[in-house]
Design a protein around this ligand. Structure first.
Ligand SMILES: Cc1cc2ncn([C@H]3O[C@H](COP(=O)(O)O)[C@@H](O)[C@H]3O)c2cc1C
Ligand SMILES: O=C(O)c1cccnc1
Length: 338
């Protein structure tokens, strides 16, 4: 399918290569859809995986853990940063509680019924999850992907919400790539230099505690991940298994994509990246996956915002490969030498 899509791209009434990476993107999506020309993206769906993290009580974030539950309620009301972008670009949003510490009273049942536990373990001191909770969270993510696909999803996006989550996400990337904490850790919500140094020590302590258990990607989630990150991993893996293309967001989505590709080698063929985050771990993970991000806007919000922001770029790529005339339709004998 990729060869057929590339052949159509080469035949368009545009100079060869003139569409740049929009052309590559159109070929990727066309191949992923199994349709030349590609189909329009009418049904784009974002799932936000929310959860709290024990490390958030250990000085790794600029914000308190109570923000997580407050933001879940804000997604439900449609008033978060990603809500505004999703409304502008016609993207459906669903938020799920995998491990928020709060009971979330009054929030719709679809949000609440996926909880695996209340807050994941502080990864520098203890495992994030039990092995059974990791299995359960991976399965929740896979089930949710199947539900979204059954609802007609043509493109799936994953988002995150959880104060402290850049700490386990950085640890997952460092573990997968064999890098020290000092190379991958970033400022998350905007911590100062002293907190950055402390966060780096926390991530390194977590990596040292996990030892060679990180060689197994599922045990890596148990030791260093969280319920929300494991569910997001299961969701991305199932999307790839079902052959549904995915647009990734920032650090959390890409850490989970890297983990999904370790569990199911080749899964990354179904993934494109919406944007480059300011978090160093995200860039390392994208390079490992061989995925070049579409936008570079200095975004460091999470929630799926960098994926949603790139949806119009992907729709534009589809329109080009669908709607542009073929050179052969314009001229009987085309080409540069004609
Ligand atoms: C109001 C607010 C809204 C957010 N939306 C996403 N995040 C982002 O920031 C958090 C990760 O950064 P760290 O690891 O430094 O805590 C996550 O919740 C992520 O989704 C937010 C953070 C805040 C404060
Ligand atoms: O990379 C991200 O998505 C990100 C960065 C900082 C804080 N929250 C999310």
């Amino acid at each position: 399918m990729a060869a057929a899509a590339a052949e159509r791209l080469a035949a368009l009434a545009t100079p060869p290569g003139a569409l740049g990476r929009l052309g590559d993107l159109a070929v990727w999506l066309s191949a992923a859809q199994g349709s030349v020309p590609p189909r329009e993206l009418d049904n784009v769906r974002l799932v936000i995986f929310a959860g709290d993290h024990g490390v958030a009580a250990h000085g790794v974030s600029a914000y308190p853990p109570e923000i997580t539950a407050a933001m879940v309620r804000t997604f439900v009301m449609g008033r978060a940063g990603v809500s505004a972008l999703a409304k502008a670009h016609g993207v459906a949003v669903r938020v799920l509680d995998l491990g928020v510490d709060d009971e979330l009273d009054g929030v719709p049942d679809d949000v609440r019924r996926h909880k695996v536990r209340r807050s994941s373990g502080a990864i520098h001191l203890e495992d994030a999850l039990t092995a059974e909770q990791t299995r359960q969270a991976l399965e929740v993510g896979a089930t949710v992907a199947r539900e979204e696909i059954a609802a007609g999803a043509q493109l799936l996006l994953s988002g995150d919400m959880g104060i402290g989550n850049t700490t386990p996400a950085a640890a997952l990337v460092a573990a997968a790539l064999g890098l020290p904490a000092s190379e991958v850790v970033g400022r998350g919500t905007g911590i100062d230099d002293a907190a950055l140094e402390h966060k780096t020590q926390v991530v390194q302590q977590a990596l040292d505690r996990a030892g060679d258990r990180v060689d197994d990607p599922i045990d890596c989630l148990t030791a260093l991940g969280s319920a929300d990150l494991a569910a997001s991993t299961g969701y991305l893996l199932e999307a790839a298994r079902q052959g549904v293309p995915v647009l990734l967001d920032g650090l959390m989505a890409v850490a989970c994509a890297l983990t999904a590709d370790r569990i199911g080698p080749g899964a990354a063929a179904w993934f494109a990246a919406g944007h480059r985050s300011t978090e160093p771990a995200q860039s390392f993970a994208l390079a490992k996956l061989g995925v070049e991000p579409l936008l570079d806007l200095g975004l460091r919000l999470g929630e799926g915002s960098g994926a949603v922001a790139a949806v119009p770029v992907l729709r534009g790529a589809v329109a080009l490969l669908r709607d542009v005339a073929l050179l052969s339709e314009l001229l009987p004998d085309p080409g540069p030498d004609a």
